[in-house]
Structures are given as structure tokens and as C-alpha cells.
Design a protein around this ligand. Structure first.
Ligand SMILES: [Zn+2]
Length: 257
């Protein structure tokens, strides 16, 4: 392990946890000498507190795809301890920006014109002339809509978390937003649809996959049971689904000549 990373870990103010059992640990690494460190062990379960500290990013992503809670604990809690808050926030901004663009693309698909599968519907409906006049403004509107849907998802999930778990639901609203953004990495699979244009079921499958990732992440971050996490994600998904239905209804109700 890189000694600089280890020192940063020990100096970080955030509290790390054991990725295996979730128990708080004082540090992810132990310094053995001036230039030597090793991964610390958890006193609760006896396992290495965070084996992912030495993993390649690709291996961590694979474990995230396999829904391993230990990988989610590393990414959501320990990564910022190891890498520093600044680097963690940089990842959040990049991932958050990509998430909004992918959501905007999915919204465009729902409205028609998202690919060959929707071409007939797009030809039939057509975009409102005011929006066609400025594709940049239309794209900006889709991204703003994606942001509103993300915030709506988090607001509904936060309300459900408070009703399920009480005041300890989450340390802050920002923590929940970070959890949702980080666990929505699977939405990048939409890139495949942008290239090859799959059946609409593919996009639905991606959204379902992301919701499952959100559920694992919320379970890990809020330390709640699987049914509680499912209820929290369902509340967020319901809010987002309702807003999407409203947008589609408004789109087709828009007067066209
Ligand atoms: Zn442990």
C-alpha cells in the first residue's frame, strides 16, 4: 500500500468502518515503521478492516456489480478516508454530472426520438416548435429535469428513512444525496444504448439494476434492514416515477399545429 495514502488515512477526520461487519474502526491502516504500514484488523470480526484499500478499481467495480455490501462500505464510507475529501468530492461531481446526462437521455427516449425503436412515435408526435427552435435549451431543460428528479428521489427517500428509522435516519441530506449518486454508477450502461440502440426493455433493466444498487447502498449507509432499505428506495422511485409520468403527460398534451 502507498505510504502517502496510509498517512492520509490516519490523518483523516472521517470515521472509517470495517467493510465486513460495518463496525467503526479507528483506522484502516497501521503504521509499523517510518516507511511501513499494513492493513488494520477489525476488533469486532477479526477480518482485515478494508481489503479494498489494496484492490484495483476494476475489482472494486466488479464487487459493486455483484451487490457485495463490503464493496459499498468501501466506496461510500472508507474511500474518502483513504483518498481525502477533495478527491472524493471530485468523483461525486463527475459521477453526478454523468448521471444527469444519462437521465436526460432516458427522458428523451421516453418522449420519443431516443432511437430507432421510438422513431415512429417521434415522427407522430414531433417536438413542440418552441423547443425545436433551440436544441441547446431543450437539452438544458432535460438536464434540469433530471436534476429535479434526482432531488425528488432523495427527498422522498429521506422522508421514508425518517419515518422508518427516526431521527437517526441519516447524518445529513447531503449524505443521502452522495449515497444515491455513488450507487447510481450502473446508469453508465446507458452508454451502450446510445451506441447500439437496444429495445426499450434494456433501459428499464438498467434503471432496475440502479435501484437495486441504491438499495444496497442505503442499507449500508443507514445501517438498516433490507426491507427498510427497500421501502426507502421504493419511496424515492415512486416520486421519480410520478414526476416522469407527469412530464410525459405534459409533453403529449403540449399543443402542436
Ligand atoms: Zn469487522
Amino acid at each position: 500500500m502507498c505510504v502517502d495514502l496510509a498517512v492520509k488515512s490516519m490523518a483523516a477526520s472521517s470515521s472509517p468502518c470495517c467493510v465486513e461487519c460495518g463496525a467503526p474502526v479507528p483506522s484502516i491502516v497501521q503504521r509499523l515503521g517510518a516507511d511501513s504500514v499494513r492493513l488494520a484488523r477489525c476488533e469486532s470480526c477479526g477480518h482485515v478492516a478494508d481489503k479494498y484499500a489494496e484492490f484495483e478499481p476494476t475489482l472494486i467495480v466488479i464487487d459493486l456489480l455483484l451487490y457485495r455490501p463490503s464493496a459499498y462500505r468501501h466506496v461510500l464510507i472508507n474511500r474518502q478516508v483513504l483518498r481525502g475529501r477533495e478527491e472524493h468530492e471530485a468523483l461525486l461531481w463527475r459521477l453526478g454530472g454523468a448521471l444527469l446526462l444519462f437521465d436526460a437521455y432516458l427522458t428523451r427516449s421516453r418522449l420519443g426520438g431516443g432511437g430507432d425503436r421510438e422513431r415512429d412515435a417521434a415522427d407522430a408526435a414531433g417536438a413542440p416548435p418552441e423547443l425545436e427552435a433551440s436544441s441547446v435549451a431543450f437539452a438544458a431543460a432535460l438536464v434540469a429535469l433530471a436534476l429535479a428528479e434526482l432531488l425528488g428521489f432523495c427527498a422522498a427517500a429521506a422522508a421514508a428513512a425518517r419515518s422508518q428509522l427516526g431521527a437517526r435516519a441519516c447524518e445529513s441530506w447531503r449524505q443521502l444525496l452522495e449515497t444515491v449518486v455513488l450507487s447510481s454508477f450502473g446508469r453508465s450502461l446507458v452508454l451502450l444504448d446510445m451506441i447500439w440502440v437496444y429495445p426499450l426493455a434494456f433501459c428499464r433493466a438498467v434503471e432496475l439494476f440502479v435501484l437495486l444498487c441504491n438499495g444496497i447502498a442505503i442499507k449500508v449507509q443507514l445501517r438498516c434492514s433490507t426491507p427498510q432499505a427497500a421501502a426507502i428506495v421504493a419511496a424515492g422511485a415512486a416520486a421519480k416515477g410520478l414526476s416522469q409520468l407527469a412530464v410525459v403527460a405534459a409533453w403529449y398534451a403540449f399543443p402542436r399545429d
